[in-house]
Design a protein. Structure first.
Length: 149
């Protein structure tokens, strides 16, 4: 079975999500593929979670530096399990929410590692959990070569 798309994006972070959403709104047939949980590095492992962890470390550092200068803090420490629970409170729902958003928008979403199988197709990822088909180029309809077969 061959399926054709106007755009296939690799990755589900902010950039790919924005492009695929706009192209879908314009009437394009769109697919997206990611080998990691949907949401991208920034939302799941980078920017957002990093700000929480760095913020906690900076709070401890500044408090220690201000000791004896009007700041008094007994037993100042980071409770790592509690901090990680807080971080997960806003990262855990990202993947499911992103996948639901793709489905609602009519974007075909695939889990697995994309690899080129030829000049115009991406091959079957071995770790895919759903029936996988080859996916074509990432250049949009002008290139006329985006296929899922």
């Amino acid at each position: 079975m061959t399926r054709e798309f106007d755009l296939i994006a690799i990755g589900t972070g902010s950039a790919a999500s924005g492009v695929t959403s706009r192209c879908r709104e314009a009437g394009w047939k769109v697919a997206i593929v990611d080998s990691r949980p949907f949401g991208g590095t920034c939302a799941l492992r980078g920017c957002d979670p990093k700000k929480v962890l760095v913020g906690a470390a900076e709070a401890v550092d500044w408090t220690r530096r201000m000791k004896g200068k009007g700041i008094h803090a007994a037993e100042l420490q980071i409770d790592w399990p509690e901090l990680m629970r807080f971080k997960r409170s806003f990262t855990e729902s990202v993947a499911k929410r992103r996948e639901d958003d793709f489905a609602k928008a009519g974007i075909a979403a695939f889990h697995g590692r994309a690899r080129f199988a030829g000049p115009t197709t991406l091959g079957k990822p071995s770790e895919a959990k759903l029936p996988w088909h080859s996916v074509g180029c990432l250049h949009g309809p002008a290139a006329g070569c985006c296929r899922l077969q």
